[in-house]
Design a protein around this ligand. Structure first.
Ligand code: B1M
Length: 211
């Protein structure tokens, strides 16, 4: 198996030029694109997510790592058909109705993409029934909701109820997050999981999908 330690290190350092160079080198040496993505890029992003969770890394570190992975993916993409791009699962994500805060949600979406999930980002102020139509459109494994206001947290429960009414609740795992959200709240509203940050969100999604 090729040694991806330098590639992983370039992601941890947020060095996108090095990351692209090492990705191209690995391709030239005959490494499989899928292997580069799963053993190199996703592995690097997982480390960065862990360091963010433990407080060792901050938002700019995440942005730089995500940029490195995004650029490397651009180099790899011509070598893969869409169906060959390894994906850990599909996630629909959005900030709930009435809530404009999208910085944390964007970060979580970026973390999940970097870790290998296919993410459909619905944006902010997402109406409850938009989550339902997005589940019908994209057939995700996971629905992720973000809320930053105590006044908008109840929308999470309304979305779960709407999924239930549409007979879609059993098809998806629902995860929630955002500064005022807690594990206790997630349990109360019948969500499948809560993550305090992007790194934890990666682990939670992997766990829920048995990856
Ligand atoms: Co507003 N705001 N804001 N705001 N804002 C807060 C949230 C507030 C705590 C500030 C305060 O009063 N101290 C307060 C909420 C109080 C409350 O509800 N208890 C507040 C308020 C009141 C408001 C307004 C109502 C103000 C007004 O107009 N009177 C208004 C709301 C408008 C609306 O939504 N309808 C408002 C507006 C705004 C701005 C537009 C100015 C701007 C948002 C810009 C944007 O997002 N595009 C803004 C900002 C920036 C903040 C603060 C300062 C920072 C939020 C942020 O981006 N944090 C915030 C105070 C604070 O938190 N210190 C505040 C950084 C981000 C990386 O963290 O979003 O927590 P966070 O995301 C984390 C985790 O929570 C987690 O992972 C992320 C990465 O670690 N996470 C998830 C988030 N979503 C997740 C989903 C998951 C899993 C994990 O799974 C799906």
């Amino acid at each position: 198996m090729p040694d991806y330690s330098n590639l992983i290190q370039s992601i941890v350092e947020g060095n996108y030029a090095k990351c692209v160079e090492l990705t191209n080198e690995a391709l030239d040496e005959g490494a499989s694109p899928q292997d580069i993505v799963s053993s190199g890029l996703q592995a690097g992003m997982l480390i960065v997510g862990d360091r963010f969770s433990t407080g060792e890394f901050f938002v700019p570190d995440m942005l730089m790592a995500a940029r490195a992975v995004t650029r490397a993916m651009e180099a790899i993409r011509p070598h893969l058909s869409d169906s060959e791009i390894p994906t850990l699962g599909r996630v629909v994500i959005g900030t709930v109705l009435g809530d404009i805060h999208d910085i944390g949600k964007n970060l979580v979406a970026m973390f999940l993409r970097g870790a290998g999930f296919e993410v459909f980002d619905l944006g902010a102020m997402v109406p409850n029934d938009r989550f339902v139509t997005a589940v019908k459109e994209h057939d995700p494994d996971i629905v992720g909701m973000s809320a930053l206001l105590t006044t908008t947290m109840p929308s999470m429960q309304h979305v779960i109820a709407a999924l239930d009414s549409a007979a879609l609740r059993s098809q998806v795992k629902v995860i929630v997050g955002g500064a005022p959200v807690t594990q206790r709240f997630a349990d109360q509203i019948g969500a499948d999981g809560y993550a305090p940050d992007g790194g934890a969100a990666i682990k939670l999604c992997q766990k829920l999908l048995g990856k």
